[in-house]
Design a protein around this ligand. Structure first.
Ligand code: IPD
Length: 263
């Protein structure tokens, strides 16, 4: 794909952060046996990746704003553009030595996500999209699946952990959907769940109260792959409501109506 200058900057930043994370990931596997465990180490790896991305993006576009998972929000001179970054989505997987995590970088312009990069460095899969230019994985064009029936569909979600108040509603979602579909996956990295919907690996994904930095890049990748992304409560203002549904256009209506019974 012949990307814009902005997309090239995003890809370069994702690759540099990915290289640093892959090195740290090998170390995490050794730390699993240590008494103190790998928790602090992973926090440092996460921060180091965010610093790398921030340095790359800020050097290239000093006027843009910033919203990063670890360092929070910083207003830019240009109030119309900001980067939305999760340096390590799938932190729990990373911590447990599971090779399913990503670097996620989005560019927002006037409130709309116009470009996104989700880099699965452990599998060397780079998902990218820009508004109007389609969605790509390692230079191959990707499309959402064409499955029309719920009973053939494979869905993904994020199940809340700890004391998150969305647990009961999510359990009800699962109880309603599971008897009607081909399977359900909870793989622990929202950005990759969306990238997999874009690539037709999953037919749909939803999650209640998800953070913007986890899903911003994946949203534009799904849309550019021909899929639909809406707030669980209707409309496309996903960040305001914080819960989203994404799916291929064939199945979206039925999938969404099952979930919206509890919206
Ligand atoms: C988490 C993952 C997970 C989702 C959680 C997110 P993190 O992000 O994307 O799949 O279910 O809601 O917080 O903490 O690994 O960056």
């Amino acid at each position: 794909m012949q990307g814009s200058a902005n997309l090239n900057v995003m890809v370069k930043a994702a690759r540099r952060a990915g290289r640093s994370l892959v090195k740290d990931f090998r170390e995490v596997e050794n730390l699993q046996v240590a008494v103190k465990g790998p928790g602090d180490f992973v926090t440092r790896a996460d921060l180091a990746a965010e610093n790398i991305i921030r340095e790359e993006l800020t050097n290239a576009r000093p006027s843009y704003g910033w919203l990063g998972e670890e360092t929070g929000e910083v207003a830019g001179k240009d109030p119309t553009r900001r980067w939305i970054v999760d340096p390590l989505d799938g932190t729990t997987n990373f911590l447990h030595g599971l090779p399913h995590w990503s670097v996620s970088i989005a560019l927002e312009h006037k409130g709309e996500i116009v470009a996104g990069v989700v880099f699965d460095a452990a599998k060397d899969e780079m998902f990218v999209a820009e508004k109007g230019a389609g969605a790509w994985m390692n230079d191959r064009r990707i499309r959402v699946s064409g499955r029309r029936n719920l009973h053939e569909a494979l869905f993904a979600t994020g199940v809340p952990f700890g004391s998150k108040r969305t647990l009961p509603a999510t359990m009800q979602d699962l109880a309603a959907l599971m008897p009607q579909c081909a399977g359900m996956r909870r793989w622990g990295a929202a950005s990759l769940d969306l990238a997999y919907v874009a690539a037709g690996r999953f037919d749909g994904y939803w999650e209640r109260e998800i953070n913007a930095h986890d899903v911003a890049a994946g949203m534009v990748i799904v849309r550019e792959a021909g899929g639909l992304v809406e707030s669980l409560h209707g409309g496309d203002r996903v960040f305001e409501k914080g819960s989203l549904i994404a799916a291929n256009g064939e199945i979206f209506g039925r999938f969404a109506s099952v979930l919206r019974e509890r919206a």
